[in-house]
Write a protein that binds this ligand. Structure first.
Ligand SMILES: NC(=O)CC[C@H](N)C(=O)O
Length: 306
């Protein structure tokens, strides 16, 4: 495995077109696009990495996997009265479907859906408490108490977050927000600003590899059925309007973020985190996707076969 990762790393180093860093969040625009990291965590406890796997980055929308998991734990199937489970085929920050579909977001991974999920898990609490809960859950998943929030990134998004504010207010107009919009948005921006490295992220994904049990800690996080369902949502919706392309090229459940990270799950085999800040036109990590494509070619881990 180490040889495969070294090979991927060397290939990625040679790439000249690395995509564009997200520039609509000024703090993310400052990140050096030359960086690349990959970590593969196996259920037997082995962890392999190449590149700067200990460098922290903004997990952004990857956090939506963790908040969905919390929401399912708190609300069970009632989550699905707040968000749907279908791919949107539209960009992550799109508003168009909301008007046609009664203010109900298509899925929990587009921005509107993730904002609705945060509103659902707040349950009358203040943003600080909800954020504490999210952070605690991520630390528990990764078995790492050092994980925190990059306040600069959160503030940067807060001051440029008109688009997300529009989504939240639009949903509120349909009576779909139970908490003040500014509180929900503040919580959402901070959850997206969680900083992790590839090592931590791969470990946090372990519970989705082995039917809901994190084999590194031996703790059951969710039921096997729930893990399977989260994986299928990641496969269908985790890369927005690029989900079909990602399934075609990589064939694994995956969730991307505009910080350039991707968490991918090879059920029964491995949890994989990749990071390269440059994005493709859809907002998914360009080299991250390429690296995962190489990895499945070498390992045969695609859920669709070799
Ligand atoms: N795709 C993403 O990672 C988007 C998350 C980002 N925080 C936003 O709301 O725009």
């Amino acid at each position: 495995m180490q040889d495969i990762l070294n090979d991927i790393y060397t290939t990625m180093l040679s790439r000249t077109d690395r995509g564009q860093v997200a520039n609509y969040i000024p703090q993310l625009a400052c990140v050096n696009p030359e960086q690349f990291a990959i970590t593969v965590a196996l259920p037997d406890g082995q962890v392999f990495s190449a590149g700067c796997a200990e460098t922290l980055f903004s997990i952004q929308s990857i956090s939506k996997v963790f908040t969905l998991t919390i929401a399912l734990g708190k609300l069970g199937d009632a989550v699905w009265s707040r968000v749907g489970r279908e791919p949107s085929g539209d960009p992550f920050n799109s508003i168009v479907q909301l008007e046609h579909e009664n203010g109900k977001p298509r899925n929990p991974f587009i921005n509107a859906g993730a904002i609705a999920v945060v509103d659902a898990i707040m349950m009358g609490h203040q943003p600080r408490e909800t954020l504490g809960e999210i952070l605690q859950f991520v630390r528990f998943l990764a078995n790492d108490e050092s994980i925190g929030i990059d306040e600069k990134v959160a503030q940067s998004e807060l001051t440029t977050g008109d688009r997300n504010a529009a989504l939240a207010h639009f949903m509120a107009a349909y009576g779909r927000m139970k908490h003040p919009v500014d509180q929900v948005l503040g919580t959402y921006f901070h959850q997206c600003a969680i900083s992790m490295n590839c090592l931590q992220l791969a470990k946090a994904g372990m519970f989705l590899v082995s039917d809901g049990v994190n084999k590194h800690t031996g703790i059951r996080v969710v039921s096997a059925q729930r893990a399977r369902r989260i994986n299928s949502l990641m496969l269908m919706c985790g890369h927005y309007d690029g989900s079909g392309e990602f399934a075609y090229r990589v064939g694994l459940p995956g969730k991307s973020g505009v910080g350039g990270g991707i968490l991918a799950v090879a059920p029964g085999k491995a949890s994989i985190a990749v990071w390269s800040p440059g994005l493709d036109s859809i907002g998914n990590s360009k080299l991250g996707t390429e690296a995962l494509e190489m990895l499945v070619q070498h390992t045969g881990w695609s859920i669709f076969g070799h």
